[in-house]
Design a protein around this ligand. Structure first.
Ligand code: DC
Length: 214
């Protein structure tokens, strides 16, 4: 096992942005585990599989090859980096990620992708389930209105059509679901370094992380 920087936190807390910057500055392989759950959700949508059909969703995961190359995510050889960010996927990904067997398959994949590399991995259960013995464990947080605002602006820039209210509602639902899972719930623990990004710029958040990572 190489050096592992594990970051958990709710949607829109800035995990992705910060992890990408730190991966370059600190020479770490960046692994976005939310993107992996999104890729499975996308494949379920494409095959008209209901979110209640757990067996079929698990089958998708067992037959899927997920790779990260140059900050892009590939599903069975196809670059799906854009397609996994639509509101359709965002709406169903949290319930899909509650499927225990699916989580086991993806957690296993996440450990394999990390391999012996020095990595920065972000998600909901990285500090607790995937790498409880990570070198550094962080919980990145922000107030829900600020997180919804950030997502709204991001979507506008990407040309994804949504309203602020729709995003706020989605984030509230995902927060609840992601914090109340049978396995792999998002939670705060005593051994995480807690950072609240509500009133901080990206640079300020990155600085706080860098002070901890030696
Ligand atoms: O980080 P994100 O918003 O792209 O993640 C999408 C969903 O995937 C999120 O609502 C919960 C789920 N997820 C998870 O259950 N465990 C992880 N390690 C990462 C994401």
């Amino acid at each position: 096992m190489g050096k592992i920087v594990a970051i958990d936190g709710p949607a829109g807390s800035g995990k992705g942005t910060v992890a990408k910057i730190l991966s370059k500055k600190c020479n770490l392989v960046y692994i976005d585990t939310g993107a992996m759950y999104r890729a499975i959700a996308l494949e379920a949508l494409r095959n008209n599989i209901s979110i209640d059909d757990e067996d079929k969703i698990v089958e998708i995961a067992l037959n899927s090859k997920i790779e990260f190359i140059d900050d892009k995510i590939y599903l069975n050889g196809e670059d799906v980096s854009k397609d996994i960010r639509t509101m359709e996927v965002t709406r169903i990904v949290s319930p899909i990620s509650s499927i225990v067997k699916l989580r086991e398959i993806l957690v296993d994949m996440q450990r394999k992708i990390a391999g012996d590399n020095d990595v920065i991995m972000e998600g909901r259960d990285i500090t607790t389930v995937v790498f409880p013995n990570a070198t550094y464990k962080f919980y990145l947080d922000a107030e829900v209105s600020e997180r919804a605002n950030r997502r709204y602006k991001e979507n506008l820039e990407k040309g994804i059509e949504t309203t602020y209210e729709e995003i706020l509602d989605n984030i509230n639902k995902r927060d609840y679901n992601d914090m109340h899972k049978e396995i792999g719930s998002l939670m705060r623990t005593n051994d995480q370094i807690y950072i609240d990004s509500t009133n901080l710029t990206i640079e300020e958040v990155v600085d706080k992380f860098r002070k901890e990572i030696v």
